[in-house]
Design a protein around this ligand. Structure first.
Ligand code: ADP
Ligand code: MG
Length: 229
């Protein structure tokens, strides 16, 4: 769950990347966050993962208060989150299976748990056949699905993806969103940053629009007022 109240982020150079943004996302929701390049989407996501702190206002993520969370508690916050990056960030010399298993090892999961869970998430993202391939032998869409499997493997309450379709063609992008929809139906809250109007309009979901760091629209059904942005 996310409770953001009048959150503001001012970077050291004086840029106000997020400006009095308020946003409430409940367990089980599926939300698109859209906005032009430079509108503050990534900064808003970084607030949720505590990569940046609010200069003003309040941000609660899965009951952690980002404004005053202690550094040593941040890994615990992050365990409640699955984050998918545009550039995948896979480990090149590990197989698909090991990339996903590694995320479980880092939190001290048992071998038994790993053996049960990794095949399940690989099946979920449709990569069972590619389990023993290295990332370099996969297509962009497949690599992105590895990144999603890795984000999901520790069963986070919230999955956050920052422009996950940025490197994919339209057909693969649509497949990927359908996968996020399936993940959401299985109970995980989903927040996806994208600027692809056509893609967002394929899904009748909640769409939050950010412009110059401000939340300017929040409604269900489509990409509001895109042409203006
Ligand atoms: P988006 O993801 O919507 O493109 P960002 O959150 O990356 O937007 O950027 C919002 C604004 O903050 C932009 O003006 C950008 O140049 C600026 N910005 C982003 N990151 C930093 C940073 N680390 N230091 C200073 N300014 C930044
Ligand atoms: Mg961005």
């Amino acid at each position: 769950m996310i409770r953001m109240t009048d959150a503001t982020v001012v970077y050291d150079n004086g840029i106000r990347a997020v400006n009095k943004a308020s946003l409430r996302i409940d367990e089980g929701e599926f939300v698109f966050l859209v906005g032009a390049s430079g509108s503050g989407k990534t900064t808003l996501i970084k607030l949720l993962t505590a990569e940046v702190r609010p200069s003003e206002g309040k941000v609660l993520v899965n009951n952690y208060n980002i404004g005053d969370i202690k550094k040593r508690k941040i890994p615990y916050l992050r365990r409640t989150l699955g984050v998918v990056f545009q550039d995948f960030r896979l480990i090149g010399n590990k197989t698909v299976y090991d990339n996903v298993a590694f995320a479980m090892r880092t939190i001290g999961a048992s071998n038994k748990a790993i053996k049960q869970r990794v095949p399940y998430v690989l099946e979920l993202v449709g990569l069972t056949e590619k389990a023993y391939e290295k990332p370099i032998n996969l297509s962009g869409g497949e690599q992105q699905r590895v990144a999603i499997a890795r984000a999901l493997v520790n069963n986070p309450r919230l999955i956050i993806a920052d422009e996950p379709t940025g490197n994919l063609d339209p057909a693969r992008s649509l497949e990927l969103m359908t996968l996020f929809e399936k993940i959401n139906e299985l109970g995980t809250t989903v927040l996806i940053v994208t600027h692809e109007k056509g893609l967002v309009d394929e899904f009748e979901k909640r769409v939050v629009v950010i412009d110059k760091g401000e939340v300017i629209s929040d409604q269900t059904g489509g990409y509001y007022n895109y042409e203006k942005l």
